[in-house]
Design a protein around this ligand. Structure first.
Ligand code: 6R9
Length: 657
């Protein structure tokens, strides 16, 4: 990022002009798990504070040393042992909550399963016994490639119980992606399904596994859940059905405590290079922080709440906030297999109404989609039980935040914008509901126990009002322990840019109160004529215009200005279809951005498009849009949720675009 001069700083202040404030209601504050004193306690004795949180878990052996920090390698709760599956399941049954529902599962076609904690204990034990029979021992890696079915949770917890690190691969990834992940982790077993239901039809998974396994050498067995009853090719001796092997197992299993630093899982995430990084998480510190953050940020009351995180289990959000955090806290939660528009656009709201959801955690991209579909859809459902909303995955623009609170949160619930990453394992920056006065669009403050800073190019903290890079200045319990098999890459990627500090790869600003506003990846920060402009900021300005449903902005190489701002915009209703009206809107929007942020942020070009290219986790693939903006042939589209989107976009553009 460049050293901003005052014009650029003024231009960047759009987000910081957001002046709406939402103080906690006295009723919410009175019952909140979080307390303002937590910040002081954690600041006075950070490691002691984390030890207090760790004591909420059940340990078989207490730790000797809370933190062993040899930068960039941290060990937490050294010498302690525990079992994650015991903590997430058995202890709740032992404390008399076996009949409490753990998971209200809803299949896309409308079939349902209700799984109590006692059921979960039996299923996890059977799965652990089956994995043992299939040759999986402590330390072996297991790849999981499943749809959103309860077996995905059983499988993850069975692995955790045995101490066999899992590597969950999102079910939408290709055979190629699966093969490289199996290979990198040398997985011994793959757990998959014939398929899952998506958009009203069965979608096969097993063929991708067959192809991936044929290209790798480590896999001995493939365990297959029958979900769709599609035909599958069968490899005798290698493939086994879940219902044949797991169902006949004893439903008890004596767990072994694992070392606090024993690997719990590997999760692959894409970085700036082509090869995905296998992010490694371990046991005690990880579980401590996911449970702690889930308890205080989502304000969970295990006896009365119905919690729903709409992420897929294939992403870190599913790992930490569907499986480990909520189950460690004895949550009752909803799990949904399919897409939000099947059979109709009200599906999420009808599920929320049916189960009486009280806490909802979702992504800005979904919120904006709901805005686009129209608020009469959620309004047609009884969402009155919802009392807290969360957002994750990308910066949430203030308009989406306010819409989410007004329409879904009936104008009264807290909305927590939670910043974190696959690498951080758990929430890092978020308001505390009941404590923090909320600012739409800002994740605000590092949670108690977390130390973050915004620094300039030289690593100096910026003053309030300034912008720069987000860094984490102290180790935290759920931090990644490395990149699987590549300590050098770990040290280089995260710890070399600002020695001794973790470089998150995100740009951020501090407002006058010192609150943090995330601006997106630093690679998404544009530099126009030496002025630093965030794609998020221009997008936010665009979507604040009533005619805009969604917008994505990229910096395209420009011979005179370095980069030029190119915006891709989805407009509401049918206005975009008429060419003359389209040209008029483009002009109107350029002026609007200019007015909102300043002339330096006026997009060079605005293209009205029917869709935006998104990954399966909902992140806009700006790389592809940059290809279009720079007149290149469009690059690799294999990680798009819908690979036809780029064709739709190209078809809508003038030949010279
Ligand atoms: C949990 C998750 C991490 C990247 C991260 C940042 C972006 C996530 C955000 C956010 C602004 C938020 N991000 N949450 N940006 N505000 N509340 O999404 O993990 O898939 O690893 O992505 O997502 O850019 O660096 P992951």
């Amino acid at each position: 990022m460049s050293d901003g001069d005052s014009t650029a700083e003024q231009g960047l202040s759009n987000l910081l002009h957001e002046e709406r404030r939402f103080a906690p209601s006295p009723e919410f504050a009175a019952q909140a798990n979080a307390r303002a004193e937590m910040y002081e306690r954690a600041a006075a004795d950070r490691v002691g504070f984390w030890e207090d949180q760790a004591r909420d878990l059940s340990w078989d052996t207490p730790w000797e040393t809370a933190l062993d920090w040899q930068p960039p390698f941290a060990k937490w709760f050294v010498g302690g042992t525990l079992n994650v599956a015991y903590n997430c399941v058995d202890r709740h049954v032992e404390s008399g909550h076996g009949d409490q529902v753990a998971i209200h599962w809803e299949g896309e076609p409308g079939d349902t399963r209700t799984i109590t904690y006692a059921d979960l204990q039996r299923e996890v034990c059977k799965a652990a016994n089956a994995l043992t029979e299939l040759g999986v021992a402590k330390g072996d890696r297991v790849a999981i490639y499943l749809p959103m079915v309860p077996e995905a949770v059983f499988a993850m917890l069975a692995c955790a119980r045995l101490g066999a690190p899992h590597s969950v691969v999102f079910g939408g990834f290709s055979a190629d992606a699966l093969a490289s992940r199996i290979d990198d982790a040398s997985a011994k077993l793959v757990i998959t399904a014939d398929g899952g239901f998506r958009r009203g039809a069965p979608s096969a998974l097993k063929p991708a596994v067959d192809e991936a396994v044929s290209r790798t050498s480590s896999v001995e067995k493939v365990l297959v859940v029958q979900r769709t009853k599609q035909d599958v090719e069968w490899h005798e001796g290698r493939d086994v059905w879940w219902h044949e092997v797991v169902d006949r197992q004893p439903d008890t299993h004596a767990y072994e405590p694992h070392d606090s630093e024993h690997p719990l899982y590997i999760l692959y995430t894409s970085g700036t290079t082509a090869k995905p990084k296998g992010i490694l998480h371990t046991t005690g510190g990880y579980l401590t922080q996911v449970a702690y953050t889930h308890k205080y940020v989502f304000d969970l009351k295990p006896d009365t709440d119905v919690y729903w995180c709409s992420a897929d289990i294939g992403w870190v959000t599913g790992h930490s906030y569907i499986v480990y955090g909520p189950l460690a806290n004895r949550a009752t939660q909803v799990m949904y297999e399919g897409t939000p528009d099947t059979p109709d656009r009200g599906r999420l709201w009808s599920i929320a109404e049916k189960y009486g959801v009280t806490i909802l955690y979702t992504a800005p991209t979904l919120i904006r989609t709901m805005m686009k579909w129209g608020e009469e859809i959620p309004a047609a459902h009884d969402l009155s039980k919802i009392r807290l909303l969360g957002s994750v995955g990308e910066p949430i623009n203030p308009e989406a935040w306010v819409w989410y609170r007004r329409v879904v949160g009936h104008d009264e619930t807290p909305v927590c914008d939670t910043w974190w990453q696959t690498e951080t394992g758990a929430l890092m920056i978020s308001p505390l509901p009941g404590v923090t006065t909320l600012k739409p669009g800002s994740a605000q403050r590092p949670l108690p126990g977390i130390s973050a800073e915004v620094v300039d190019d030289r690593g100096e903290p910026v003053p309030n009002g300034g912008g720069g890079y987000l860094v984490l200045t102290e180790p935290w319990p759920s931090m990644l322990r490395g990149i699987w098999g590549d300590d050098t890459r770990y040290a280089e990627t995260y710890w070399s840019r600002f020695p001794g500090r973790y470089f998150a790869g995100d740009g951020a600003k501090k407002d006058e109160d010192g609150d943090i506003w995330l601006l997106g990846r630093v690679d998404d920060v544009m530099n126009v004529s030496g002025h630093r402009i965030s794609t998020t900021e221009v997008e936010s300005a665009l979507v604040s215009h009533p005619k805009v449903a969604e917008a994505a902005v990229v910096g395209a190489t420009d011979p005179t200005t370095g980069q030029g701002i190119v915006a891709f915009v989805i407009v509401r209703g049918t206005v975009g279809e008429d060419e003359a009206a389209g040209a008029e809107i483009v002009q109107e929007l350029r002026n609007h951005v200019s007015k909102e942020i300043g002339p330096i942020a006026k997009p060079r070009q605005i293209m009205i498009v029917p869709e935006l290219p998104k990954t399966r986790s909902g992140k806009i693939m700006r790389r592809l849009l940059r290809d279009v903006a720079e007149n290149r042939s469009v690059g690799d589209v294999t990680t798009l949720a819908d690979s036809t989107v780029m064709d739709l976009i190209s078809a809508k553009l003038p030949a010279s675009a």
